[in-house]
Design a protein around this ligand. Structure first.
Ligand code: HEC
Ligand code: HEC
Ligand code: HEC
Ligand code: HEC
Ligand code: HEC
Ligand code: HEC
Ligand code: HEC
Length: 405
């Protein structure tokens, strides 16, 4: 009969053990949940791919104030050809480009199937022709260049369009007056002008691609990272517990903010990681070695705003980044408005010309201190003459002759 208490005590011990065990288990589970949740919170988005892209319309369904992005040059920089996207003229009299070679000319044509470029090379009484069909259109502001497929290889077409002249021109990089269609399109070209293309690996050729699942132009997720996880979190009832899982460049350090633009605005550089692996917020120098340019080297005004801006005293003596002046979600071409950004740090009175010019300087800071300059990289042939594009320099300084602008 005295077994009972013992058994009870035994029972009691077992119960305590179970309780402790359960408590430990629960605590462990909670810790694991907490940790995994922290892991989720800290999750940095992956680079965007066809399978993980949610697409701009989904982003805009919640972020309506960013809808203006759809009309920007970033968004439209690579598109399929259509009447709406082709800037060049196809009417008779406007669709022929003669070259310095009297035996060679090109004609550009539009038909129900699309757009073509044809080279005609006369050889005595014979002539050789070659026709290729426009597959992709790059560029939207100053000019356009066109790409064509040969099998699964992508090439640039020999004739581009220049908006300032309103004319067809020899594509930059092709020797004017030759019947050549051989410039392959490297993946880096897409890295700067698009969101994703799947490269088909071939040690012999770097211009093979899978034409399905391309994400053309620069979309929200190219700068912010793949959005699936962010969207899932924002739609879930537990959203308050989780971090946003999307990159907001405004929260990055100054250097990482610069990196986010420098992947495309810092020059060609040398890739040291596969194309399309960089996501904003990561250190760019682990993906790409930008050409380091000594202060004395000439930097072309085309495509390297980073090298030019970082030379400026404004940049070196402040915390300025690209987003001090630019809101990439809208088109900003009004230099009067952009001159207003100078006044975040300067006053009209800071200009040495103020005593003479007074308030007439207002809205014109950019004209004199960031003038348009000729690019030596974008040089094209037009009827044997060299044509250079005008690009806005980002070296903010007192330029010689600027007092007279
Ligand atoms: C279901 C609605 C919804 C969708 C869809 C959505 N977002 Fe958001 N997003 C939000 C809300 C709400 C916030 C603010 C909540 C927060 O800061 O945690 C936010 C915050 C952000 C932020 C700021 C994050 C930060 O750390 O400050 C960025 C950037 C962003 N979204 C980009 C995107 C992009 C890009 C897409 C498309 C891939 C997208 N969003 C799709 C609702 C949405
Ligand atoms: C390192 C990034 C980078 C690479 C690589 C690159 N571009 Fe660009 N491209 C830019 C930037 C940035 C601009 C606009 C800024 C500027 O002109 O300074 C531009 C401008 C252009 C323009 C003029 C656009 C317009 O609207 O006026 C065309 C056309 C163009 N690129 C085509 C190409 C093609 C085709 C390739 C590949 C063969 C290529 N680019 C490779 C970054 C790049
Ligand atoms: C070329 C890169 C780039 C692209 C493309 C881009 N953004 Fe941004 N985004 C930025 C930068 C830089 C910032 C931080 C500075 C700022 O707010 O402008 C930002 C900030 C944001 C923010 C947080 C700040 C705020 O204003 O709420 C949201 C949300 C956002 N972007 C949504 C979008 C959406 C949606 C799209 C596509 C429709 C998009 N972004 C396309 C670069 C980009
Ligand atoms: C994925 C590559 C890429 C990234 C990232 C990128 N840009 Fe661009 N940007 C381009 C290209 C390409 C163009 C030229 C588009 C065209 O005209 O066809 C361009 C054009 C521009 C223009 C001229 C737009 C106009 O309408 O005149 C500005 C300004 C600009 N970028 C600023 C920025 C800033 C600031 C950042 C960083 C927040 C940034 N870009 C990030 C590729 C990029
Ligand atoms: C983020 C702050 C900031 C912004 C924005 C800014 N600057 Fe500056 N800038 C400075 C600082 C700091 C200096 C160096 C000290 C000084 O001269 O005040 C400077 C210097 C200059 C100089 C003298 C350059 C030299 O080489 O001696 C000029 C000219 C100038 N800025 C013009 C401009 C113009 C024009 C704009 C707008 C396009 C502008 N700045 C925007 C901060 C800024
Ligand atoms: C002090 C203000 C300021 C800063 C900072 C700034 N920009 Fe600009 N940016 C301008 C102005 C002004 C224009 C001229 C707009 C126009 O003429 O359409 C411009 C034009 C551009 C263009 C178009 C160039 C062309 O010739 O069409 C690109 C690309 C660009 N900026 C990229 C950048 C990038 C990338 C950064 C950071 C490295 C940057 N900007 C920093 C003021 C600035
Ligand atoms: C008509 C051309 C012109 C315009 C417009 C102009 N500047 Fe200047 N700026 C100059 C010249 C030229 C100098 C150098 C004069 C000298 O050193 O004698 C100068 C000098 C400066 C300096 C350097 C002062 C120093 O300490 O060395 C700053 C800062 C500056 N300007 C800012 C601005 C701002 C901000 C605006 C717009 C409100 C502006 N400028 C508009 C031509 C111009």
């Amino acid at each position: 009969m005295n077994r009972h208490p013992i058994s009870l005590r035994r029972h009691g011990r077992a119960a305590t053990r179970t309780i402790v065990l359960v408590a430990v288990l629960v605590a462990g589970l909670a810790a694991a949940l907490f940790l995994s949740n922290r892991g989720r919170k800290a999750k940095w988005p992956d680079p965007v791919r066809t399978a993980t892209a949610v697409g701009d319309s989904t982003c805009i369904s919640c972020h309506r104030d960013k809808a203006s992005f759809e009309g920007t040059a970033h968004r439209l920089t690579m598109q399929h050809p259509s009447r709406a996207t082709m800037a060049g003229h196809f009417g008779s009299g406007e669709n022929v480009l003669r070259t310095p070679n009297p035996n060679l000319y090109f004609h550009m044509d539009a038909d129900s199937a699309g757009f073509t470029q044809t080279a005609v090379l006369r050889n005595g009484r014979d002539s050789t022709t070659r026709t290729e069909r426009v597959a992709l259109v790059s560029g939207i502001r100053k000019g356009q260049s066109y790409l064509y497929w040969a099998g699964n290889r992508l090439y640039q077409l020999p004739i581009s369009y220049w908006a300032a002249l309103g004319k067809w021109i020899n594509s930059p990089g092709y020797v004017d007056g030759s019947m050549n269609f051989d410039r392959g399109i490297s993946p880096r070209c897409f890295e700067c002008h698009s969101t994703w293309i799947n490269q088909v690996m071939d040690p012999g050729a770097s211009n093979r691609y899978d034409s399905t699942g391309m994400i053309l132009g620069i979309t929200c997720e190219r700068c912010h990272g793949a959005g699936q996880e962010h969207v899932a979190r924002e739609r879930s009832t537990l959203r308050a517990m989780n971090g946003p899982a999307i990159v907001n460049p405004a929260r990055l350090s100054r250097q990482r903010q610069m990196d986010a633009c420098a992947q495309c605005h810092g020059g060609l550089g040398q890739p040291i990681a596969p194309t399309f692996s960089y996501v904003a917020g990561r250190p760019l120098d682990r993906y790409l070695t930008l050409d380091s340019l000594p202060l004395t080297a000439t930097v072309d005004v085309h495509g390297n705003q980073v090298a030019l801006l970082t030379r400026s005293r404004c940049y070196r003596e402040s915390q300025m980044t690209c987003i001090t002046c630019h809101d990439v979600h809208q088109t900003q071409r009004d230099t009067k408005v952009l001159s207003g950004r100078c006044l975040a740090c300067h006053q009209e009175q800071s200009c040495k010309l103020f005593p003479k010019e007074g308030h007439a300087l207002k809205g014109r800071c950019v004209d004199c201190h960031m003038p348009l300059q000729e690019s030596n990289l974008i040089v094209s042939g037009l009827e044997g003459k060299e044509e250079k594009a005008l690009v806005r320099t980002h070296w903010i300084r007192v330029w010689p002759d600027s007092a007279r602008r």
